[in-house]
Design a protein around this ligand. Structure first.
Ligand code: MG
Length: 367
């Protein structure tokens, strides 16, 4: 088991979304759809080979438009069956690697790290199922009364991706007959052996109701920065050099827009601020291009599967006027942040001649 280099991924997205009343995998999350967000995590993971998307026939056009910007050779699009089990079984027939991960299309917040630990478990034990402890007590209820008390310590909430050896999970599926199963680990447990468990992730929720779709998993962040304006320094804002008699006095390039933005992004992601991450006592950051620091923050975002919905910045400086530079700044930032330029709003204000500084406020919403 120890030497499987690549895994295929089956994304089960053919459900009826009965509780949503809308096709949940096509709903937007920030600037993406749920499905694109889910697919991207597997697509960008170095251990994932083929991605088998099991969807409803009605969603074929949407799925093609979602993957057309990617390497379509790596995808197989398969029409789902009447049940999840039937859909997954069809998907498995398109897999070619020795190992496979099976994932719910409606879990867009899965992280690359969780994929890593499921894969590691498959290599060690032949299977890997993410699970979380229960936040509340559990009771067995029959006819409106409690009839049993489960030991909560022994109970887990099961998530996906669930990883298996392809031949074993296919064998389990072929044996399942007419029995109803809720997930792959149940089928595996019934016909192969007890599957191994790995730690699940709180953020890796399954979108099942409109209630947990709207607003859930979105975080807000705010940041601020200020630099004194002095002669013989460049003025760089939003990664763009601006013609100016004075520039920002700073250890780095003094880009107040990017520094405010970095603090907004770090705070939204629950991280310490820019001074902790990139200390100005560290010679490595002397005169550093702040776009490099911002790209470093985006690496944290990618590792955690955080995405930016939109960014709003206010820059405050008396001279020069920034109006002509704002579209360039928005374009530059949107490229680094991986979002449309329309999702980056920048406003410019003055201090009415009361200050020899450049400062910026930034706010972000992320999912
Ligand atoms: Mg600064």
């Amino acid at each position: 088991m120890g030497n499987i280099d690549l895994f295929d991924a089956v994304i089960a997205a053919a459900g009826n979304s009965i509780r949503m009343g809308a096709d949940k995998v096509l709903l937007p999350v920030g600037n993406d759809s749920v499905l694109l967000r889910t697919v991207s995590v597997f697509y960008n993971h170095p251990k994932i080979n083929r991605i088998v998307l099991v969807i409803k026939k009605n969603d074929f056009d949407s799925a093609f438009s979602i993957i057309k910007a990617l390497d379509t050779e790596r995808f197989r699009i398969v029409e789902g069956g009447d049940s999840r089990a039937e859909s997954v079984e069809k998907g498995l027939s398109y897999c070619v690697c020795e190992g496979v991960l099976i994932h719910d299309g409606a879990r867009p917040f899965v992280s690359p790290k969780l994929i890593d630990s499921v894969i590691e478990s498959v290599l060690r034990h032949g299977s890997g199922v993410p699970a979380l402890p229960l936040p509340d007590s559990v009771r067995k209820v029959d006819n409106g009364v409690i009839t049993g008390i489960e030991d909560r310590e022994k109970m887990r909430i099961v998530q996906t991706p669930q990883g298996f050896l392809l031949n074993e999970i296919k064998a389990a599926y072929s044996l399942r007959g007419k029995e109803l199963f809720t997930d792959d680990s149940e089928i595996y447990a019934r016909f192969i052996k007890p599957p191994a468990v790995v730690n699940g992730e709180e953020r890796n929720i399954k979108i099942t109701t409109l209630g947990n779709y709207f607003g859930l998993n979105s975080n807000i962040g705010i940041g601020y920065d200020i630099h004194r304006l002095v002669p013989f320094r460049k003025l760089i804002l939003g990664g763009i050099e601006i013609a100016s008699e004075k520039g920002a006095l700073a250890h780095s390039d003094g880009d107040a827009v990017i520094h405010a933005l970095i603090d907004a992004l770090l705070s939204a992601a629950g991280q310490r601020d820019i001074g902790c991450r990139f200390p100005d006592t560290d010679p490595a950051y002397r005169d550093i291009d702040s776009t490099i620091l911002l790209s470093g923050v985006m690496e944290i975002y990618n590792a955690k599967n955080f995405k930016i919905s939109n960014v709003s910045v206010t820059v405050i400086i008396d001279k020069p006027k920034l109006a002509d530079y704002i579209p360039l700044m928005a374009l530059k930032l949107s490229n680094i942040l991986g979002i449309p330029k329309e999702a980056v709003a920048i406003a410019a204000k003055t201090t009415e001649g009361t200050s020899e500084t450049v400062s910026a406020y930034a706010a972000v919403i992320i999912t």
